[in-house]
Design a protein around this ligand. Structure first.
Ligand code: SAH
Length: 382
């Protein structure tokens, strides 16, 4: 792995078809691409010299033009509940975050898709940072590749020193969610090839139900996604009516709820999906009343929908408070009584600011011009 060589092609950014073309240009057969992918993704090997069943001259040619380079780790934090958060380098001044959440039946890796976010949801910490750039496909795939390797190293250390081993929680990445920093559908060009590598048998070989893309509701891109991928879809709904959603999730002014829901049902029809998960952040006195629960139920009743209630995670400077537990339970009960599936997301990693909406990284905003806290203009369109 060579950290300085920007002109080398990072193979973590190439889905199988592109990798096949890449090796063809080096004069090799298509099956070499599959062999390479097996080394990279099945065995976690990034050094060409270690790929012993590849011809020596092919390895030498590869080393001159390519590399396998995940993002560089800037820092790691570990929560009392076993959640880990990694800060990863985007460039000399900026960083983004990913989080691993171990649970008894699954290990979920929450990855980022952009450095910052341009969508400005009023309850999200990433939004406050502003937006800088899209992550590349290699940076998106590289997060998973890196986490798999890091967790394997930890496991080897735990076997060597069993006393240090954790609870009965899953220690491997079994699920990937695009719920970290950024709006994945605003980075469609780089996200879709990454999804391809996640699902490819020769890639990370994850089932499509174990990869979830969460969007704030970019309607045209949901239709495009239906043509190009079939991962599980989660949608950040957060309000049962347009007036409130306009305030919480400003993209709603462009694509209101009715349009968004149409796109969701279309996605399920096209992709033969089971259901769409609707995320709903519980904000005290804002969107958490029983009447709002009933309005939400009316929107979703009769459709293959699940609601995931997320207790609001506060961050410095926010004007919102988390709904009290009784309000969250009451809200869920209203939904259950109307036949909807509804769960409450357990808050994880709060002590290290790794919970939903708390990921901030280090972002140099280049979209908005601020005067104090007030946005006074837009400098660059994302
Ligand atoms: N941009 C995408 C994915 C990133 S956020 C999206 O909007 O879906 C992942 C989830 O965390 C979203 O549902 C988001 O609305 C939610 N979230 C954001 N800020 C939060 C906060 N402070 N507390 C709880 N959930 C939050």
């Amino acid at each position: 792995m060579n950290a300085q060589s920007a002109e080398l092609t990072n193979l973590l950014g190439l889905p199988r078809a592109e990798l096949t073309e890449f090796v063809a240009q080096l004069g090799s057969q298509p099956f070499r691409a599959r062999q390479l992918m097996s080394w990279i993704y099945k065995r976690g090997i990034g050094e060409f010299t270690d790929m012993t069943d590849l011809a020596k001259d092919f390895r030498a040619r590869l080393a001159r033009v390519a590399e396998v380079r995940p993002p560089e780790i800037v820092g790691v934090q570990r929560s009392a509940d076993g959640t880990r958060k990694w800060l990863l380098k985007a460039d000399a001044a900026q960083a983004f975050e990913m989080v691993f959440i171990p649970e008894p039946d699954r290990g979920t890796l929450c990855i980022s898709s952009q450095v910052g976010c341009a969508l400005d949801c009023s309850f999200c910490s990433t939004a406050q940072q502003g937006y800088n750039r899209n992550l590349t496909t290699a940076e998106i795939v590289g997060q998973v590749w890196l986490a798999v390797r890091e967790l394997e190293q930890e496991e080897r250390a735990a076997v060597a020193a069993p006393a240090a081993a954790g609870s009965g929680d899953e220690r491997h990445v079994t699920n990937v969610v695009l719920m970290g920093m950024g709006e994945p559908l605003a980075n469609f060009r780089n996200v879709v090839p990454a999804l391809g590598i996640f699902l490819d048998d020769f890639g990370l070989d994850l089932s499509r139900r174990r990869v979830t893309l969460s969007t704030s509701g970019l309607v045209p891109q949901i239709y495009r996604l239906a043509q190009e991928s079939n991962v599980a879809l989660a949608v950040s709904l957060h309000a049962p009516d347009d007036a409130l959603r306009n305030e919480l999730v400003p993209i709603n002014r462009k694509h209101p709820i009715a349009e968004l829901l149409q796109a969701c049902w279309h996605y399920l029809d096209e992709r033969n999906g089971r259901s769409v998960t609707f995320e709903y952040v519980m904000l005290d006195g804002v969107n958490d009343s029983p009447a709002q629960a009933r309005a939400l139920a009316r929107l979703l009743q009769g459709h293959p929908a699940k609601v995931n209630l997320i207790p609001f995670n506060p961050f410095p400077g926010t004007r919102y408070r988390r709904s009290p537990p009784q309000a969250i339970q009451r809200f869920r009960d209203e939904l259950l009584q109307r036949g909807l599936l509804a769960t409450i997301r357990r808050t994880r990693g709060e002590d290290i600011d790794a919970a939903c909406g708390q990921l901030a990284g280090r972002v140099i905003d280049r979209t908005t011009v601020r005067l104090g806290n007030k946005v006074i203009g837009v400098a660059v369109q994302p």
